[in-house]
Design a protein around this ligand. Structure first.
Ligand code: DX5
Ligand code: ZN
Length: 228
């Protein structure tokens, strides 16, 4: 299988946030059997965002259960303290919030040094111009299309302008970073996100709340591909 990190077309990354954590390995297996090419794990500390989810212990369990690459989305204060842990657990992508970083360039370099791909997330209130100085230091940018913290929120369309702007900067500068989007992705919103340039498209409730994961993923990816 081609790695999701090498594909050129848009790919849906199911987010585990709303899955059945009482049967975590079974959920991972169901998502992989449904065609998920990578999984998105939302680490929240109850400080950077209101909700507290899970940390390295659960990420390790998912890593052991899963065959596909993992993106670990760190919504935590002072993420630099735990970057190494998540890289060592085998996350292929470690995504850190610009708003949480005192030294973004140092954090991104640390992720790369520990063998993972360094992605930078920006919350809805953060303009793209704040991320631009760091684009050469990251392997991807995750544009948040909801306020980070909860699954099942409504898509914020301003994210589309951010994606388009980042895609333009990438073209102009010959940048090699991937573009991701996270929050409120559904059959209603995915085409616009893909058309604006999103390649790694996180979908939580649209997959997990569907009775048929395979059908949900296939339908979302078909809509995304048709839009590019
Ligand atoms: C929100 C998380 C998302 C969440 C997405 O803070 O970063 O990854 O799981 O869920 P949906 O797709 O339902 O908005
Ligand atoms: Zn996320």
């Amino acid at each position: 299988m081609t790695s999701v990190l090498e594909t050129s077309g848009p790919v849906v990354l199911p987010a585990l946030l709303l899955c059945d954590f009482g049967h975590l390995a079974r959920e991972v297996g169901r998502l992989e059997a449904a065609g998920a090419e990578a999984l998105h794990l939302d680490v929240m500390d109850g400080r950077f965002v209101p909700q507290l989810t899970y940390g390295p212990v659960v990420v390790k369990a998912v890593r052991e259960a899963a065959k596909v690459p993992l993106e670990v989305h760190l919504m935590i204060e002072d993420p630099e303290r735990s970057l190494e842990d998540y890289c060592r657990l085998g996350a292929e992508i470690v995504t850190v919030h610009l708003e949480a970083l005192a030294e973004p360039r140092r954090a991104l370099a640390a992720i790369r040094d520990h063998g993972a791909r360094a992605h930078l997330a920006i919350s809805p209130g953060t303009p793209v111009t704040r991320a631009e100085p760091f684009l050469d230091a990251c392997d991807g940018v995750l544009v948040m299309s909801v306020e980070p913290g909860f699954g099942g929120q409504a898509f914020e369309p301003q994210a589309l302008d951010k994606l388009a702007r980042l895609a333009a900067v990438r073209r102009e500068t010959g940048g090699r970073f991937h573009l991701g989007i996270d929050g409120g992705i559904s059959t209603e919103t995915i085409a616009a996100a893909a058309a604006a340039g999103a390649e790694l498209i996180v979908a939580g409730s649209a997959v997990i709340r569907s009775p048929d994961y395979a059908r949900a993923i296939t339908e979302l990816e078909a809509l995304a591909r048709a839009a590019t």
